[in-house]
Design a protein around this ligand. Sequence first.
Ligand SMILES: [Zn+2]
Length: 642
Amino acid sequence: MREQIAPRRLLMSVLTLMAAASAVQAQTVVSTSGSAPSAPASAPESPQVSWDLTDLYATAQAWSDSLARMRTAIDKLPALKGTLGTSATSLFKALDQISALNREMIRLYTYASLKSDEDLREGANLERKQQAQALATQLSEKTAWVAPELLKVGAAKVKAFRKANKALEARFNYFLDNTLRAAPHTLGLEAEQILAAAGNFLAQPDALHSQLADAELPVPTVKLADGTSVQLNEAAYEKYRQSDNRADRKLVFDEYWGAWKKFEGTAGQMLATQVMGDHFSAQSRHYDSALQAAQFPDNMPDKVYRTLVTETHAALPALHRYLRLRKRLLGITDDLHYYDNYPPMFNLAKPPHYDVPESERITLEALKPLGEDYLGLLRQGFAGHWMNVYPHPGKKSGAYMSGSAYDVHPYLLLNHNDDYYSLSTFAHEWGHGVHTLLANRAQPYEKAGYSTFIAESASIGNEMLLNDYMVQHAANREEKMFYLGKGMESIRTTYFRQVMFAEFELMIHEELEQGKPLSGERMTEMYCGLLRKYYGEAEGVMKIDTPYCLEWAFVPHFYYNFYVYQYATSMAGAASFTDAIQKDSASARAHFIELLKAGGSDYPYELYKRAGTDMATPGPYRALAARMNRLLDDFEALEAQH
Ligand SMILES: [Zn+2]
C-alpha cells in the first residue's frame, strides 16, 4: 500500500475458525496502492506476464465440483460439536477436519477472487466470487461453536491434551493459546450469535463511504491552464494534483475539497457511525477501548502505539527539512501549501524505463544483501506464471500479492507501467511473495499466515534496498537526486502521513469514548490541528489552508479499524532491519529471514523481539528518522556539488 488506498483484508469478517488468529486472515491479500499511474489503454497479455490459475483449479468445472463437495462437508461439521473435550485425539481430529475445510475454502476463494480481478466486468466472475463468499460465511457459521466450546473445556484440560498429542501441539498450539486468551472477551453462545449477526450492519459505514467517495460524489469539471476540461473524480484529482502548474493544482484542490465541503456533515455522520460501531463491538466484548480491542488479535502491547506516535513527533524536524527542500526545488518563494505536496520535485529529462525483464534483473541485484536462498526463491517465482503484470481494460487497479492458497504458490497482481513507481511496487510485492514462500515452507498451514505488522517489513524493506541500490548505481548526479527524492517522498507518504492518520483515528475514537459529540465540522477542526502540527505551520514550513482539512472525509483507512498504525509500525521495522542488514549483513540477515520464516507462529511483537527488534522501544522509529536524514544529507551534498 502507498498513499490513499489501504490494503483490504480479504474475508475480513468471515473467517471465524481462527477467529482470534488474525494472522490467518491477514495473510490473504497484501495490497498496494490503487492510485497507480494511469494505465495505457491496452497491453498485450503474453503468457510470460499473465498468471496461470490452473495451478489452483484445472478448469472452472473443477472449481465448481470442489465447491459442491465443500458444501456437503461443511454441513456435516456440527456432528463434531461436543467432541473437543473428549480426548486429545478427538480434539485433534476435529481441528484437523475444520482446518482442512478452511484451507480448501480459501483456495476456492483465491481462485474466484483472482479470476474476478482479471476482469471485473465479467458477470460469471462476480457470481463465482459471491458463491465463494457464501461458502466462507457458511463455514464460519458452522464452526461458530468451536471457540466457546474450547473455553468450556478449559485451559487446564487443553494443556494436558497438548502434552499428550504431539500433532495437536505442533499444529494448533498457537491457535489454542490465542483462543483461550480470548476468554475474558468471549461471550455466551446467544450473545456471540447476536454479535455475529450485527457484523453485517457494522460493515455498512465503509460501504456507504465508498458509495459516496468512489461513485456518487457530485464532482465539478475544471478548466486547466492549457484549456483542457477535466471532470474531477478521485482518479483525476490524484492525477492533476501532481501538476507542475501551481495554479492548476490549487484549482484542483479548491474544487475537489469544495465538493467534499458540501458533504461535510454526511461524511462526519458516516465516520461517526463507524466509530460508534467500533466502540459498540469493543464494549460488548469488555474491552476498555476500541484501540485495545483492535490490538487484541495481535496481542500488541499498547506501548507500541504510544511509542510510534511519540517518536514520530520527535522526528517531525526531518519531515520539515524535507518539505523545505521540496519548496526550494519547486522554486516556491512565498508560502508552501498543502497542494505543493504532490508534483514531482525533481524531474529527469529522460525518465528511466523498466520493463518486466529489467525489473526482475534490478530486483535480483538490489536484494543481494538478503542472501542466495532469498534470491533463489525470487528466481523461482519469476520463472513461474505467478504474475498478472500489465494493465488492461476491466482489470483491478493497484497491486497486491495473494498468498492464501497454501498448497499452491503466491500470485501477484500488478499494473506495471515501466516507471520507477512500478519497479518499486514490483520489489515490494515480491517481498510479500517471498515472505509467503518462506513462511509456507517452514510452518504448517495453521501457523503460516503472518500479521500485517510483519508483512510490510518484508515488502518495504525491499523498497528501501532497491532505492539505495538505485542511488548507488545511478548513471549521474541528476539520477541520484531523482532516486533520493523518491526515497524521501516514500517516507513522507508511507510513514509520516500514516502516523498522522493513526493519530486522527485514535482522536475520533477517544472523543466518542469520552462522550463528546462527533460532527463533521469537529473532525475537520481536529484534522486541521494535525496537519498544522505535522506540516510545521508554526515553524513556518507550510501554510495549511482550512478548506483542505476536509481530507479526512475522503480517506478510506478510517473505516479499517486501526489499520494504518500497523502499517507505519511495519515501515519502522523495515528501516531497522534494512539498516542492520546493510551494516552487519550476516547475522542481521539471518534474523530477518528467521522472522519471515516464522510466519504467524507467534504474536508479531514477540517475533520482532526474537529477531532483535523491540517495537515498543524508540530504536526502530529512530532508524527510520535517521534514514530520512541520511537521504536528505546525500541530496544536499549533491546539490552543493554544483
Ligand atoms: Zn504491501
